[in-house]
Ligand binder design. Structure first.
Ligand code: PGA
Length: 252
């Protein structure tokens, strides 16, 4: 069944103590107020994962890494492998975020290796795609996103593709305060779902969760999540305040 998912992406924010406090606050709010049918995920820095897994009720809240290495193991100083992430108790890994593509040179080739290792280790990739402002202004966002998917996750077998979550994140909306309108989000989400259907068939397309990311807040979550092809959100800034995050979770 297609899942409703709200995933926080804390990015490079919070020290360990602050992160644990935030996780505790989210855990309490989710236990008291969170709708049962929404899967909640916290995407924390690597250093926090083990502690956050210990802090939250993991039957209710999943934990994600924000990246993993493109190699399984070995002499790759500073890298954290998918196996290491999995061994902490994390269940998800955010891959292909535009900040990683832009600032750390991640290409489709690297991402294919990361997705494969994540899947081999039983992690669920939350795979990000999305266009920059110039592309949106030129009106070629569908082609751009389709190419990002064609070069990466559309290369997977149907069986593996079923295990991933897609996050559509227009770069012009990330951290800018500018959100895609509800119509813009629905339009491209429907396009992504139709591209999945073309590649893997209707059944898989209907079951794939497609999240929206980019300045999603408690005030606009309801309108965004009301769309039939928007299955939740990948939340940056608003995931750093437990009250805002629960407001978004309860946007369904
Ligand atoms: P934002 O970030 O909610 O701060 O715009 C979203 C993301 O980059 O995942």
């Amino acid at each position: 069944m297609r899942q409703k998912i709200v995933a926080g992406n804390w990015k490079c924010n919070t020290n360990l103590q602050e992160g644990v406090e935030l996780a505790k606050a989210v855990d309490t709010l989710v236990a008291n107020e969170g709708a049962d049918d929404v899967v909640v995920v916290l995407g924390t820095p690597f250093t926090h994962i083990t502690k956050v897994v210990e802090t939250v009720n993991t039957d209710r809240i999943g934990v994600a890494a924000q990246n993993c290495a493109a190699e399984a193991k070995g002499a790759y100083t500073g890298e954290v492998s998918a196996e290491m992430v999995k061994s902490t108790g994390a269940e998800y890994v955010i891959l292909g975020h535009s900040e990683r593509r832009e600032y750390y040179g991640e290409t489709s080739e690297t991402l294919n290796k990361k997705v494969a290792l994540a899947l081999e280790n039983g992690l669920t990739p939350i795979y990000c795609c999305g266009e920059a402002l110039e592309i949106r202004e030129a009106g070629t966002q569908n082609e751009f996103v389709k190419k990002q998917l064609d070069e990466t996750v559309f290369q997977l077998s149907a069986n593996d593709f079923k295990k991933i979550v897609i996050a559509y994140e227009p770069i012009w909306a990330i951290g800018t305060g500018v959100t895609a309108s509800s119509e813009q989000a629905q339009e491209i989400h429907a396009f992504i779902r139709s591209a999945i259907a073309e590649k893997f068939g209707n059944e898989i397309a209907e079951e794939t969760s497609i999240l929206y990311g980019g300045s999603c807040k408690p005030t606009n979550a309801k309108e965004l999540f009301a769309n039939k092809d928007v299955d939740g959100g990948l939340i940056g800034g608003a995931a750093l305040k437990a009250e805002d995050f629960i407001g978004i979770i309860n946007g369904f």
